[in-house]
Design a protein around this ligand. Structure first.
Ligand SMILES: *[C@@H]1O[C@H](CO)[C@@H](O)[C@H](O)[C@H]1NC(C)=O
Ligand SMILES: *[C@@H]1O[C@H](CO)[C@@H](O)[C@H](O)[C@H]1NC(C)=O
Ligand SMILES: *[C@@H]1O[C@H](CO)[C@@H](O)[C@H](O)[C@H]1NC(C)=O
Ligand SMILES: *[C@@H]1O[C@H](CO)[C@@H](O)[C@H](O)[C@H]1NC(C)=O
Ligand SMILES: *[C@@H]1O[C@H](CO)[C@@H](O)[C@H](O)[C@H]1NC(C)=O
Length: 417
């Protein structure tokens, strides 16, 4: 028992001795670590390699740990790092020196730095900030044929005084702009903003950073930052020039890509065909600009198309609105008059049948039409209507109303006559 324990102890002690900090294996922490705000919701982390590090020929890297606002770890060989991040809660990070190429050296101690959260009374910052972008044609600058507008709305903080004046800014890439067109609430506090033109490129992959601060005589207004991914807030325009035609049983629909900086191959579409007579929807997804459907039904169709930027070009976002409905196919009016005629004919036949039956049952036959010699063959006619004028005008020429269904009835009629 004792030797086994000794071996175990030895085994655990040996590697420990190997790891003991000695001058050769210990890495020194970086120096002069600073965090600097270089833009709206953007910081630069910077540090220097430790000048006393020995040996000099070892490849070194750094592990960066973001502590606030959100924990995150990453490694780099650079001595600086740019971060896009919200700053209203402050920012704090640490960095240590690490061996780069799998050296068995120990990582250094951490060095830390922080940015204090900006001052402000709790509950005074804006809340529920939402932003959307959309694209319009830019008729003024052929070099930038599309322009992106930005619209943001928010709610006033619960503790914000009545005289609070909020200001909103956005940053995209290196461009920052302040809002010029605010919408106000009843107390004349800004609650929405409209940027008709921005520096946002809808095909860009940068974050959109939005910053709102404010001023008031009665309180320090806490600023607020939020980052938006473009694909999640971009409202795609609906497809344009939707046309449809029916040839025989073939319904073909065509459209063009929406007004957008994205090229044709970036879009996917959904077509909605509504059969107005059957009150029936059919929707189809596709990536082409044409859709052909075989229809077996005479009806009026309403057709709408919507678009989305597909994952080929960017992360899937929202579907656009449906395009204005266009209509093809037969008019309902024409169809209903046809149906009216059919129903009318059926009613007439039915009435004639009922009338004949009543005549037979009530023995009215003989009372109404005393036996008159007449040619037998006329009885066989299917529908013949007595013309009262004719009976009056000419006594010799008498036609008899008769409804004969089976040859068997003929004998009955014979016996009546
Ligand atoms: C680092 O900071 C020290 C003083 O804290 C300063 O003397 C030195 O120049 C700095 N080094 C660099 C590379 O900025
Ligand atoms: C604002 O956001 C909070 C949660 O962040 C939510 O509970 C609340 O319903 C929102 N208010 C409005 C008016 O949207
Ligand atoms: C873009 O959005 C704004 C605000 O939401 C709206 O007024 C405008 O009509 C939209 N433009 C297009 C082309 O949809
Ligand atoms: C609000 O933020 C902008 C942009 O960061 C800044 O220029 C401005 O001084 C700030 N205003 C207040 C009142 O803090
Ligand atoms: C839509 O059709 C009109 C007229 O045919 C044409 O002038 C216009 O360029 C088309 N729009 C697009 C986006 O192709």
């Amino acid at each position: 028992m004792a030797p086994a324990l000794l071996i175990l102890l030895w085994a655990t002690v040996i590697p420990r001795a190997d790891l003991l900090p000695d001058k050769k294996s210990l890495l020194l922490p970086p120096t002069n670590f600073t965090i600097k705000v270089i833009g709206l919701a953007q910081v630069l982390l910077h540090w220097e390699p430790n000048p006393d590090q020995e040996p000099k020929n070892v490849e070194l890297g750094y592990r960066v740990r973001i502590n606030v606002p959100q924990e995150e770890d990453y490694e780099t060989r650079n001595t600086e790092s740019k971060r896009v991040t919200v700053l209203h809660q402050g920012f704090s990070a640490s960095v240590q020196t690490i061996p780069w190429n799998g050296h068995s050296l120990l990582a250094s101690d951490w060095v830390s730095a922080e940015l204090k959260a900006p001052p402000g009374s709790p509950g005074t910052s804006i809340v529920n900030l939402t932003c959307t972008t959309n694209t319009t044609l830019n008729n003024y600058n052929p070099l930038r044929p599309f322009q992106v507008s930005l619209y943001c709305t928010w709610l006033v903080g619960k503790e914000a005084p009545e005289d609070t004046h909020y200001s909103l800014y956005y940053r995209f890439g290196s461009s920052t702009e302040e809002c010029q067109e605010y919408k106000k609430d009843t107390l004349k506090r800004n609650i929405a903003c409209w940027f008709p033109r921005t520096f946002i490129s809808s095909r860009g992959s940068d974050w959109l950073a939005v910053h709102a601060n404010g001023s008031s005589k009665r309180a320090t207004i806490k600023p607020f930052d939020q980052l938006f991914a473009l694909h999640a807030i971009d409202r795609i325009n609906p497809p344009v020039n939707v046309t449809a035609e029916i040839e025989g049983t073939c319904l073909s629909i065509q459209w063009e890509k929406p007004i957008s900086a994205f090229p044709v191959h970036c879009f996917e579409y959904e077509v909605k065909i509504y059969n107005t007579r059957k009150n029936y929807f059919q929707t189809e997804k596709m990536t082409t600009n044409t859709f052909i459907s075989i229809i077996d039904d005479i009806s009026k169709y309403s057709i709408q198309v919507r678009a989305a930027v597909s994952s080929v070009c960017r992360q899937m976002g929202f579907w656009s609105e449906w395009s204005q409905p266009i209509y093809v196919g037969h008019d309902d009016q024409k169809l209903s008059t046809e149906w009216f005629l059919v129903v009318l004919m059926a009613t007439i036949c039915f009435l004639v049948l009922i009338f004949t039956l009543i005549c037979k049952i009530g023995h009215l036959w003989t009372k109404l039409f005393p036996p008159v010699p007449a040619p037998k063959n006329s009885i066989k006619d299917f529908f013949e209507i007595v013309s009262p004028e004719k009976t009056v005008s000419s006594e010799t020429e008498i036609e008899v109303i008769s409804y004969v269904e089976e040859p068997g009835l003929e004998t009955l009629e014979d016996s009546v006559f």
